[in-house]
Design a protein around this ligand. Structure first.
Ligand SMILES: [Zn+2]
Length: 348
């Protein structure tokens, strides 16, 4: 009966505990449990030999075997818990975090540069007490041209510039508005002065695409009609606008121009933002770039909408949102605004 002595039991115990310690899976633990504590297990078997021992030995060895079994079972349970914890952690994906890995990149949405400038322009005029007026993009020819004092033979009416709608059964000629000025007509037809409004919106032209032309773009026009509105009011409002848009130290100037719906008509220039007025290729060495058109509302336009041009005067202005954005951000190709190239639109 050499198998059943303290030394052998001690060796079995150590071997078993070592195997448990080194186990790497639940399956392995189960194998070890069967190997030592199963019905034919290496430790369990020893109990069968107890009856062959003397009473004294039986008690001593029996106690030793019981302690060994208890110890091995405890060790097995402890290891089992460890494995369970690892499994739970794996499920929740926080085991062995690799903290040096770079994170997943996620993208934050941004306002399109054109919208940004659009809202900025509108806000500046809201600050001056202008209200916002809107109108349809499909417009009557009468509102888009006739009432604005644009005669039938004016080149702006040419099919090259204007997109007419081919609606044979319709009594009036309809078109896609070429400017937001028909909204001015609509406002003056529906409201009595004082009027102080801006008309933001999308407009359409029959243009070939190139770096400075699109077939649709955005305008913000403004109109103020009241008793005693003067050219100096117009200049004051627009000077306030360019200083708020481009910086308080920006130089500006007004040049004489011609539009059928204003008299006198002016164009406003601002100091070239690239060369700061010194002269460069962008401003064709003039130091200034054109920013918008404006003027005093032509008395005939006031009369066309039933406003007494003897009692009332008004000013109007119109600017291109894309143009302002191009000047502000120094963009030299208008088409970039509509290509939605991520690399472009995230720069602003
Ligand atoms: Zn310049």
């Amino acid at each position: 009966m050499s198998n059943i002595n303290e030394k052998h039991i001690s060796e079995l115990r150590q071997q078993c505990l070592k195997e448990i310690e080194e186990a790497t899976s639940l399956a392995e633990l189960n194998t070890i449990k069967t190997k030592y504590l199963g019905r034919k297990g290496l430790i369990r078997q020893l109990f069968e030999e107890l009856p062959n021992l003397s009473l004294k030995e039986r008690r001593e060895i029996g106690e030793l075997l019981n302690r060994t079994v208890e110890e091995v079972e405890n060790k097995l349970n402890q290891k089992l818990e460890e494995f369970k914890n690892v499994l739970i952690h794996k499920e929740h994906n926080f085991s062995k975090l690799e903290l040096t890995l770079s994170g997943n990149k996620f993208y934050v949405g941004k306002i399109h540069p054109l919208n940004k400038v659009y809202y900025e322009i509108i806000q500046i005029f809201l600050n001056l007490g202008f209200s916002i007026e809107e109108g349809p993009e499909v417009e009557k020819e009468e509102y888009n041209f006739t009432l604005l004092n644009i005669p039938y033979d004016h080149p702006a009416r040419d099919m090259q510039d204007t997109l007419y709608l081919d609606l044979k059964d319709f009594s009036e000629k309809l078109l896609l508005r070429t400017h937001t000025s028909p909204v001015q007509i609509r406002v003056m037809l529906s409201k009595k002065p004082p009027i102080k409004s801006i008309m933001p919106g999308r407009v359409y032209r029959h243009e070939n695409l190139d770096p400075s032309h699109l077939f649709n773009f955005h305008q913000v026009e403004g109109l103020m009609v009241d008793r005693g509105v003067r050219l100096s009011d117009l200049k004051g409002v627009l000077t306030y606008f360019v200083k708020n848009m481009f910086g308080s130290d920006i130089e500006s100037r007004f040049r004489q121009s011609y539009f059928p719906f204003t008299e006198p008509s002016l164009e406003m220039d601002i100091q070239c933002l690239v060369c700061k007025g010194k002269g460069c290729s962008v401003c064709k060495n003039s130091g200034f770039v054109e920013v918008l058109g404006c003027g005093m509302v032509h008395p005939q336009v006031l009369e066309n909408v039933g406003i007494d041009s003897e009692a009332y005067t008004g000013f109007a202005f119109g600017l291109g949102v894309e143009r302002i954005a191009m000047l502000k951000y120094r963009i030299d190709d208008i088409r970039l605004f509509y290509e939605n190239d991520y690399r472009f639109i995230t720069q602003f």
